[in-house]
Design a protein around this ligand. Structure first.
Ligand code: UD1
Length: 364
């Protein structure tokens, strides 16, 4: 029997590993699949609810690393993950996405001579001020099997000198989860709980350090959201980083009462809110993909995106962080000037099937 350990750490990892977990079960005559949760995200709203909704089992290993500086987090994950790897000696470590846990566990596996699979390889924002960009580059540099969600990923990896034989264009596992859970997503009662109607609200999420970590930028964004909330009801599920900063900068009391702030939401409720939004305003990476798949208009509050296919083919518009430009972009959407989109190639709900088949062929 061969042994694979898949790593999850932070919120955007859970929906990527869930379809892989289901698929790996098909190979249980040859392959043991274990899940290691680093505990980078640890609370009810950022972790537990995702395990429940996505029907993930209790992780086989829980590292309990928690919050801290990025260095504490990366070093903490490495120290704990080393113990697992040296005891378990897996044949493959599978990592997803670009969070600190992704890179930390890859480096440990590499030092132990264990093969690494990176799911969502090759994405590049070309902005090294983003911790995720550095995590992506470093992980791809040491991975053995690189699974790519969009063609730009292949181009970047080839340009960086990764051997063609290591790269596999397999589609998007995040979309696998969306496809799988769509019937349950559509049954969520979140719209009635928040008192809003389909197509009659703006959905906002902001949590990137570059947008929310300074008082000036965060205040300017919230002033802009206040003006947007005059046009349509505005719903903002707040990430813990953003909430902490709103409190720290004394901005919480100043927010327009037309903006409906909620706690961070679970998977089913949140994707339901995307599906029925008139427009999504976000700085998240994954939401650019989910809105593209659902053909919902998305205004991205960033100067770059590592997911260009969402702009070139999907419904995403890369607007930047200038408040007036964001407002104009949302206005254009609300006035009916919508961008047509198509669903990118291989975003068909079958990415995990392809990935697990390749992994089984390679290691069994
Ligand atoms: C991390 C990822 C980011 C991803 C995001 C999704 C990195 C470098 N960043 O950023 O790519 O988009 O997750 O959420 O890995 N906190 C809680 N409860 C939790 C987890 C965090 O309250 O369960 C709070 C803590 O106060 C913490 C803050 O949120 O300091 C930020 O968490 P952290 O894991 O450092 O980074 P994120 O901003 O969440």
């Amino acid at each position: 029997m061969k042994k694979v350990i898949s790593v999850v750490g932070a919120r955007p990892n859970f929906m990527k590993v869930a379809p892989l977990y289901r698929e790996f079960k098909k190979y249980n005559d040859r392959l043991i699949h274990l899940i290691c949760h680093t505990g980078q995200h640890y609370d009810e709203k950022m972790s537990k609810i995702f395990f429940e909704e996505l029907e993930l089992p209790q992780p086989d290993f829980y590292l309990g690393v928690g919050s801290g500086s990025h260095i504490e987090q990366i070093a903490g994950v490495m120290l704990q993950f080393e113990k697992i790897v040296s005891a378990e000696r897996p044949d493959l470590v599978l990592v997803v996405g670009d969070v600190n846990s992704t890179f930390a566990c890859s480096l440990v596996a590499s030092r132990y001579g264990i093969k690494i699979a990176h799911v969502e390889a090759g994405l590049r924002s070309f902005d090294r001020a983003m911790p995720e960009e550095v995590n992506r580059i470093l992980t791809d540099a040491i991975a053995d099997y690189l699974f790519v969600t969009e063609k730009s990923g292949m181009t970047h990896l080839l340009q960086e000198g990764v051997g063609r034989e290591k790269i596999f264009f397999t589609g998007n596992v995040m979309i696998d989860s969306l496809v799988h859970y769509l019937p349950r997503i559509e049954q969520s009662d979140i719209l009635s709980r928040l008192g809003c109607d389909p197509g009659q609200y703006i959905l906002v999420t902001l949590h990137r350090p570059s947008n929310v970590d300074t008082p000036e930028d965060l205040a300017a964004l919230f002033n802009m959201l206040g003006r947007l909330s005059e046009r349509q009801k505005l719903i903002f599920p707040v990430h813990p980083r953003t909430r902490k900063n709103l409190e720290r900068f004394g901005l919480l009391e100043k927010i327009s009462d037309k903006i409906l702030l909620t706690e961070a939401l679970g998977y089913l409720d949140f994707v339901c809110l995307i599906k029925y939004a008139s427009v999504v305003v976000t700085d998240s990476g994954g939401i650019q993909e989910e809105s593209t798949f659902l053909k919902v208009q998305c205004v991205t509050v960033r100067n770059n995106t590592e997911r260009p296919v969402t702009v070139e083919e999907g419904t995403n518009q890369l607007i930047g962080t200038d408040a007036s430009k964001i407002e104009q972009a949302v206005d254009r959407v609300l006035d009916g000037q919508v961008k047509q989109g198509v669903i990118p190639e291989l975003w068909d709900g079958k990415a995990a099937e392809r990935i697990c088949r390749i992994i089984a062929e390679k290691i069994c």
